[in-house]
Write a protein that binds this ligand. Structure first.
Ligand code: NAD
Ligand code: UDP
Ligand code: UDP
Length: 316
């Protein structure tokens, strides 16, 4: 007989997954952290390995998995363009076959399952900010499509498993999130700028830096995941989770230069293909259903992330 809630986190050795595992252990859960270490690392969860309620499993979600759990958070998927474009076919497989396997697992166990979806399902949006009811503007054949369409198909699978098999599903559409344990080399704007500034190198702003993004601090996002999982069974989402504060990339570069006290200059580079011009979540639904909104402002979150990378670059 088990007393604790048993939770599976796929992609648990990644950036978001490792924070989620930590928070679940604090909440007295038994945690199985599954990862194939494509973009995540053991390093991210090393501090949890001594905990008897934590178990690390090397596994690829594109293959079937037989474990016994009560809840599943499906986060496995490379999240940054350089990683998901490295092997685009594997990216689609991870989203689609991964979702099928985890849904099959949830179906057998009658477990509750949450999908880490993405604001990328909105593509290059023609509606701004994006409510969940917006269907998106997505290129099916571009470089980002393996990720965007893979995630869209995963959402479809989640809703079809609910309709066909009455599964308890939750879908979070995550907007850009940042914080400690982001990958140093994954080309994401926050980590790039912070590392460049700490090294005194020029900050690479793509295009004129007038495209916008909204950045959510990791602790806020994990709180939204936990609340979403606890919502009544008739609430499935999709629900936007992100910070509605919107900044241009140039503003972000200037903030990073200021907070690091760096002498770095700005180096304008060509804008990548299909780069969305603007993105900001409409979080009305999350506020109403999860009683949640982000609490950590960009100024504060950036400072914590700068501290992390400063220690990281010094070898801790
Ligand atoms: P991440 O790359 O740090 O984490 C993903 C993890 O999944 C990694 O540990 C990786 O090794 C693992 N993984 C990849 N393919 C796998 C496979 N086939 N089998 C098992 N494990 C596999 O990225 P993250 O930022 O922590 O993202 C986590 C989830 O959240 C992803 O699904 C991502 O699409 C989604 N998301 C993240 C953001 C963000 O801003 N960080 C935004 C939107 C959506
Ligand atoms: N699956 C799994 N673990 C389980 C149950 C199923 O990995 O505990 C996989 C299984 O390999 C299958 C997929 O999930 O390919 C979908 O399962 P489902 O029961 O929906 O479909 P079916 O087995 O009927 O194809
Ligand atoms: N970006 C940038 N310089 C960089 C990395 C990214 O100007 O060194 C821009 C990028 O073109 C995009 C934004 O910052 O407009 C966010 O990029 P990221 O890859 O972090 O996330 P996504 O495009 O998936 O939102």
């Amino acid at each position: 007989m088990h007393l604790k809630k048993r939770v599976l986190v796929t992609g648990g050795a990644g950036f978001l997954g490792s924070h989620l595992c930590e928070r679940l252990l604090e909440r007295d859960c038994d945690v199985i952290c599954l990862d194939n270490y494509f973009t995540g690392s053991k390093q991210n969860v090393l501090h949890l390995l001594d905990n008897p309620h934590f178990e690390l499993l090397r596994h690829d979600v594109t293959f079937p998995l037989y474990v016994e759990v009560d809840e599943i958070y499906n986060l496995a998927c490379p999240a940054s363009p350089i990683h998901y474009q490295h092997d685009p076919v594997q990216t689609t497989k991870t989203s689609v076959h991964g979702a099928i396997n985890m849904l099959g697992l949830a179906k057998r166990l009658r477990a509750k399952i949450m999908q880490a979806s993405t604001s990328e399902v909105y593509g290059d949006p023609s509606v701004h900010p994006q409510p969940e009811s917006y269907w998106g503007n997505v290129n099916t054949i571009g470089f980002r499509s393996c990720y965007d369409e893979g995630k869209r198909c995963a959402e479809t699978l989640f809703f079809d498993y609910r309709r066909q098999h009455n599964l308890r599903i939750k879908v979070a559409r995550i907007f850009n999130t940042y914080g400690p344990r982001m990958h140093p080399n994954d080309g994401r704007v926050v980590s790039n700028f912070i590392i460049q500034a700490l090294r005194g190198e020029p900050l690479t702003v793509y295009g004129q830096g007038q495209q916008t993004r909204s950045f959510c601090y990791v602790d806020d996002l994990i709180e939204a995941f936990l609340r979403l999982m606890e919502t009544p069974d008739d609430f499935t989402g999709p629900v936007n989770t992100g910070n509605p504060g919107e900044f241009t990339i140039l503003e972000l570069a200037q903030m990073v230069i200021e907070y690091t006290g760096s002498k770095s200059v700005i180096d304008y580079r060509p804008l990548p293909q299909d780069d969305p011009k603007q993105r900001r979540p409409d979080i009305t639904l999350a506020k109403a259903k999860l009683d949640w909104e982000p609490k950590v402002p960009l100024t504060e979150g950036l400072k914590k992330t700068i501290e992390y990378f400063d220690a990281f670059l010094r070898g801790k």
